[in-house]
Every structure is written in structure tokens, then in C-alpha cells.
Design a protein. Structure first.
Length: 248
């Protein structure tokens, strides 16, 4: 059974994949932290997003799921899904799929993964917006879908490929709202990819999120640049995630 590009694998395959994921999880314990002003960060998933109501990382549900990758060498790979339902009933979810342990750079399956995921989501209802975009100058795609129950599903796909960082990751952010509810533009605009080299260090206010020069990121030679702070005003060190969110 598929949900967008998420699915439950056949029993035998699921057991095998879960065993693999368990082995990975032992070597990489999950760390999540909420920065000031509602920014939620998960270092291992490399995702960051903003939901004003979230004041503690424990409010966000973390699920280890299986993700079906299509293509010539498609397979089932582990992924991590972060979800939260706010007081207005808007469902937020951010799924991080790390292809790096399973696919070499420039693999065609990874290259087409964002297009494949978008195709699966289009089948969920009536498409009312469908457009390519960039998020922090990383290739991305947006979909707005009217679901059969009348709700609107807003989806942002981000495909981050960087040879220097050895990254191949698909991030899928979703927000499902009531038909006439306010659009979740702030949430979708906030979704970004953490740069663990700087996150939690003295430079985390300017380098913690991956951003690129206007020409990037090409698959070769992507160049990270200094960025704006993650909020406005003067910051105390205790307002940052500090070293607490960085695995030892």
C-alpha cells in the first residue's frame, strides 16, 4: 500500500529492511532540538523546519518508515518521518530519505526520485498547483492538491545532491489543511537542510543551514555561502542548539 511515495513493503522484505535500519539506528542515535522561535532541528535527518507551536522536540513524532524508490535499480530504503498536528488541525510532516548509503553519486534513480515522488502525490487528488522551484537554491518542486475529503495538501519536495558533502537526500514536506484554512507558507518556506559541519558550533547562526550561490548547486562544485541568521535580533548562546544536538 502506497501513500504518495511511501509504502508498506511485503512482509519478508519489510523484515529485512527493518533489520538493516535497526543496525543503522544503533550507530546513529536520534538527536532533535528546538531552537528559539519554534525551529525544530534533527541532525541525523538533516532537516530543519518552523512551527510556532512547537516548543519542545518531544512534541514532534518521529517514525522510522520504509520508502519505495522507483527506477532501474529501485529498492526499499529506510527513511525518517517527523510529524506534528497543530491546534487548528493542520497536519505537518517532513520525511527525509537518505540515499547516500544505498546509491552512488549521479545514480539515475536518485536523479529521478523527486519527479517520481511528485507523480505519486498527484494521484492522491485534484492538482491545483504544480511547479518547479528552488529552496535555498536547491532544486525543489511544489504541489497543491485538493484531496477527496476536501482538504488541501501542500507538498514541497527538495532533492539535495552535493558531491563535496557526499549528500544524496530527498526531503518531502507536507501540510494538510482544512479547505478554507490559511496556507502554510511559513512552514514550507522554513524547511531546510542542516549542515552538520557548523550546526551547534559558534558559527551556527550563519552556516547551520545549507544554502548555495545563485548558480548552484550543480552536481559538481557546489559552493556553500554565508547565510542570514535564523532569526532577528541579538542571540544568547543558550538560544542555540549548541552542542546538545550534535552526536558525539
Amino acid at each position: 500500500m502506497r501513500f504518495g511515495s511511501l509504502m508498506l513493503a511485503p512482509y519478508a522484505m519489510l523484515i529485512s529492511a527493518l533489520a538493516l535500519f535497526a543496525a543503522l539506528a544503533v550507530s546513529a542515535p536520534a538527536h532533535a532540538q528546538v531552537m528559539a522561535r519554534g525551529y525544530y532541528n534533527h541532525v541525523e535527518s538533516r532537516v530543519s523546519f518552523f512551527i510556532p507551536e512547537v516548543t519542545d522536540a518531544s512534541q514532534v513524532t518521529i517514525e522510522n518508515i520504509m520508502y519505495e524508490v522507483m527506477g532501474n535499480d529501485g529498492r526499499i530504503v529506510p527513511a525518517v518521518r517527523h510529524s506534528y498536528v497543530d491546534s487548528r488541525g493542520t497536519r505537518h510532516a517532513v520525511t527525509s530519505v537518505d540515499f547516500q548509503p544505498f546509491f552512488e553519486p549521479h545514480n539515475s534513480t536518485v536523479q529521478y526520485s523527486m519527479a517520481d515522488a511528485a507523480s505519486n502525490y498527484r494521484a492522491m487528488g485534484k492538482v491545483i498547483h504544480d511547479a518547479g522551484t528552488r529552496s535555498d537554491r536547491i532544486p525543489a518542486h511544489q504541489l497543491h492538491i485538493e484531496l477527496p475529503n476536501g482538504n488541501i495538501l501542500y507538498v514541497l519536495f527538495i532533492l539535495h545532491q552535493d558531491d563535496e558533502m557526499d549528500q544524496r537526500r530527498l526531503v518531502i514536506a507536507e501540510a494538510e489543511t482544512a479547505p478554507r484554512a490559511r496556507q502554510p507558507g511559513l512552514f514550507l518556506a522554513s524547511v531546510g537542510i542542516i549542515n552538520p559541519e557548523y550546526f551547534g558550533t559558534d558559527a551556527d547562526h550563519t552556516f547551520w543551514r545549507v544554502r548555495y550561490t545563485p548558480a548552484g548547486p550543480p552536481i559538481h562544485g557546489a559552493e556553500l555561502v554565508a547565510t542570514q541568521p535564523w532569526g532577528l535580533g541579538q542571540f544568547e548562546e543558550v538560544m542555540s542548539a549548541g552542542g546538545e544536538a550534535v552526536p558525539e
